[in-house]
Design a protein around this ligand. Structure first.
Ligand SMILES: Cc1cc2nc3c(=O)[nH]c(=O)nc-3n(C[C@H](O)[C@H](O)[C@H](O)COP(=O)(O)OP(=O)(O)OC[C@H]3O[C@@H](n4cnc5c(N)ncnc54)[C@H](O)[C@@H]3O)c2cc1C
Length: 425
């Protein structure tokens, strides 16, 4: 379960070791910020991560990681630890939540592993975050600073000045905005207003696995799709916990972040669930709710020596289970592309932007479409969806996810080498 991380010490500038590389400030110490810190440090940068919270930790429950995430984690040197803590599931299973019938499943063992060369796995968020944090703490060129909320930046030919809400000024050669969907850096850089509210409320609960009846302990990510709702569950925490996430298209108009909800209210929101799905939903306790947001893709997320990564650059709904995976890819590609010459940063960040724009935009739009067209249809549209999915062979299914799960960020790791995000056969 999530733990409080120890507080990090204050510091005066980027990096905690000797200043040898360019000084790079990163706003935000989430998955994207830490992965980017690690990647840039390994490519010769002297990095300071500025996190507004009072400690470095990750909130929330389970997260799915595709092989593309593991390829990125391998490049960052933490793939083995995350693989060890992850649950390597056997299949992605798509169920009709009303009739209870299995529609289709995509096996994730044998041919899938051979094709993508890494697992599709599920982890508790902290089991992804902690290895990244430990690697940053062990890296002499990364300094972690909590209680540092970035308010604004200014830049000139000499570099970037980051202003914190405390009034402190931090001088750096570059600034990376990894400060999430409500990014302050993005507000100044892109200026596209608040995120779009999805109108979908997600209820999440994590329970000990021993509370799940044995016959329901499937080693799968299972999704039950119903009219204007869907319900996903899978094991996490090395199999010790069971993660439940039920989503309703209820036209919610305001963003909500982790607000406790009564169990009877959650159950009342999903009246048309079939028997097995209902049994599983009833297991949930201590539910919390979120109303999720995303943004339209934008072409440009650089401004001179300032660049965005992760949710700050391309926030997406969780339906493709790729937000963190894409943030990890960003980190690897930026590390390989940035170089160490401050005078080149503007041009190199633009190249990073160009390398990442199309792939991340396609993922943002895919996530929206999956919610609308796959997960929430009713009546005849649901029947047509089921027929379409049933007609897909295993090979068809692998072909459909190839471009996403087969992405390999950073196949070259030498400083200055050309980065690659390509789909593998
Ligand atoms: C319900 C749900 C399920 C999901 N499931 C999956 C999944 O299965 N697979 C997947 O790959 N992705 C999934 N995602 C998406 C994934 O969680 C995000 O894409 C990922 O966490 C983004 O990481 P990030 O570091 O870019 O942003 P964040 O995690 O938002 O981190 C931003 C950090 O910046 C800090 N910060 C904010 N403002 C400032 C500031 N002004 N100054 C300093 N610090 C600041 C914040 O405190 C935070 O620590 C899911 C998301 C949700 C909500």
């Amino acid at each position: 379960m999530p733990k409080e991380g120890p507080k990090e010490g204050p510091g005066k500038g980027p990096g905690k070791g000797s200043r040898k590389g360019p000084r790079t400030a990163i706003a935000g110490g989430g998955i994207g910020g830490l992965a980017t810190a690690l990647s840039l440090a390994r490519h010769g940068h002297d990095v300071v991560v500025l996190e507004r919270r009072d400690c470095f930790t990750e909130l929330g429950a389970g997260i799915q990681l595709g092989p593309n995430a593991f390829h990125a984690l391998d490049v960052l040197g933490v793939g083995d630890v995350v693989r060890e803590r992850a649950v390597h599931i056997d299949e992605l299973r798509f169920m009709d939540g009303t009739t209870g019938e299995k529609v289709v499943s995509m096996p994730l063992t044998g041919a899938y592993r051979a094709r993508f060369d890494n697992p599709y796995a599920v982890v508790h968020r902290i089991d992804l975050y902690e290895p990244l944090l430990a690697a940053c703490r062990a890296e002499p060129s990364v300094q972690l600073r909590n209680d540092c909320s970035v308010a604004a930046y200014e830049q000139d030919a000499g570099g970037v000045t980051v202003r914190l809400t405390s009034g402190e000024l931090i001088h750096a050669d570059a600034l990376i905005g990894a400060d999430g969907i409500n990014s302050t850096v993005r507000r100044q850089l892109v200026g596209d207003g608040p995120p779009q509210v999805s109108g979908h409320t997600i209820y999440r609960s994590v329970i000990p696995m021993e509370q799940v009846p044995e016959e329901l302990r499937w080693n799968t990510v299972t999704l039950w799709a119903g009219p204007k709702w869907h319900f996903v569950h899978y094991p996490i925490g090395g199999g010790e916990f069971f993660n439940l996430a039920a989503t309703r298209d209820d036209a919610a108009t305001e963003a909500v972040l982790g607000v406790p909800v009564r169990r009877d209210r959650v159950l009342a929101e999903f009246p048309s669930l079939g028997t097995t799905a209902r049994r599983l939903l009833e297991l949930g306790r201590d539910w919390k709710s979120w109303v999720l947001c995303d943004r339209d893709p934008v072409d440009r997320w650089t401004d001179g020596r300032v660049v965005l990564v992760g949710d700050a650059a391309h926030p997406m709904l969780q339906y493709a289970a790729q937000g963190a995976c894409q943030a990890l890819e960003d980190a690897v590609v930026l590390g390989e592309l940035a170089g160490t010459e401050p005078a080149d940063f503007a041009q190199r960040f633009e190249k990073f932007n160009a390398e990442r724009r199309e792939r991340t935009a396609a993922t943002q739009l895919l996530a929206r479409e999956m919610g609308r067209q796959l997960y929430h249809p009713a009546g005849e549209a649901a029947k047509a969806r089921n027929a379409m999915l049933r007609a897909l062979s295993e090979d068809d299914l692998y072909g459909k996810v190839q471009w996403l799960h087969g992405g390999r960020a950073g196949t070259a790791s030498a400083p200055g080498a050309v980065p690659v995000v390509r789909a593998t056969a």
